[in-house]
Design a binder for this molecule. Structure first.
Ligand SMILES: [Zn+2]
Ligand SMILES: [Zn+2]
Length: 358
């Protein structure tokens, strides 16, 4: 036999395949970048930076405030504020781990740079406490639903009406720009499912009621001023669609130069997903990912968004997967191919180990 394939080389192949099947590792981002991001964003949650590098057993003054944040977004059971301590205990560690899984971060159980950066990022006010999709055979599927999987129950193809509050509005975005933004956002969803959206004149009779609100506006989900929580919408068939009036909403970053400007169309597209019944996704590129940085546009539905909403409503007969972003479908295939390559690497390891034993 050719010596290269002798038994002595088998351990080398075993190690090689083990190495190849490991997931890629990327160096964590450094603190200076985090500080820059924080200063630019003037973020509601910027003071959470002081918890950087905290882990189980840490005791940092004010950590009870961070625990309130975790309660707010569904990671800790709601308890009286007085019983929240400043200690990083077991319960908090498991909350951090769940958060890292839900946000597609490396699962370290610690408040590392990526985790703190994510925590202080502006985000949607809808809780991340949701029911995962029932089938997760493919690693590319990370969409989720609200508990009980509510959806609009009307015969298909259905038409939902929307209207703008006559009172709770912002004046620096023109009516025509506002209507055009919502029309484009609704069209993105109706292109993939058999659901149409039309604007109604009667606000009170509309299925989807849209308004811009300041602070506490009576639904138990107070807004918090510039950045922090950007918007929230309720699950089917509630239809309430609320945006934080304190944000600098941008229709065009060319004319809106503010560093804290938030792209209206991106947030509207995301909230429509909630109106239809989707909860948050852990896929960072997906429209249903919970956070959005200022001056960022993310309006194209990704494979994860489409698969999630089509599981609830079926497909629009005119929809073709080829219409999705080429990079999205190729990424999805790359992920699936990668998982299959890993599987083959493990099969080879098992085979070689077995041949060593014989
Ligand atoms: Zn959301
Ligand atoms: Zn509200």
């Amino acid at each position: 036999m050719f010596p290269f394939f002798g038994y002595k080389t088998i351990p080398f192949f075993v190690l090689l395949f083990l190495f190849l099947s490991l997931p890629p590792r990327f160096p964590a981002r450094t603190l200076p970048e985090l500080t820059v991001v924080d200063a630019r964003n003037n973020n509601t949650w910027r003071h959470f930076v002081k918890f950087l590098d905290a882990g189980k057993g840490s005791h940092v003054t004010g950590m009870s405030e961070l625990k309130k944040y975790f309660q707010r977004f569904g990671y800790l059971n709601t308890v009286p504020e007085t019983s929240l301590t400043d200690t990083f205990d077991d319960r908090f560690e498991s909350a951090v781990i769940t958060y890292q899984k839900n946000l597609g971060l490396a699962v370290t159980g610690k408040l590392d740079t990526d985790t703190v950066t994510q925590i202080i990022s502006p985000r949607c006010g809808v809780s991340d406490d949701a029911a995962p999709a029932p089938h997760k055979l493919h690693v590319s599927r990370h969409y989720a639903y609200f508990h009980g999987q509510p959806r609009w129950a009307r015969s298909s193809p259905m038409t939902l009406t929307y209207a703008f509050s006559p009172v709770n509005i912002i004046h620096y975005v023109s009516q025509s720009d506002l209507k055009a933004v919502f029309e484009r956002a609704f069209l993105r969803w109706s292109a993939v499912i058999p659901v149409n959206f039309t604007e109604a004149n009667n606000y009170w009779a509309a299925d989807i009621k849209i308004g811009f609100y300041h602070g506490d506006h009576g639904d138990g989900e107070a807004f918090d001023g510039v950045l922090g929580i950007l918007a929230h919408a309720f699950s089917p068939e509630n239809g309430r669609f609320h945006l934080d009036a304190a944000e600098t909403w941008a229709v065009d970053f060319g004319s809106e130069k503010s560093k804290v400007a938030v792209d209206l169309e991106s947030v509207v597209t995301h909230e429509i997903g909630h109106i239809l019944g989707l909860a948050h996704s852990s896929v960072k590129q997906a429209v249903m990912y919970p956070s959005l940085s200022p001056r960022t546009k993310k309006v194209d539905l990704r494979l994860d968004d489409v698969e999630g909403v089509q599981s609830l409503y079926g497909s629009n007969p005119n929809f073709k997967f080829s219409s999705l972003l080429a990079s999205d479908t190729s990424m999805s295939w790359a992920v699936r191919l990668d998982s299959r390559l890993s599987m083959w690497a493990w099969v080879m390891v098992a085979f070689l180990t077995l041949s060593l034993c014989l």
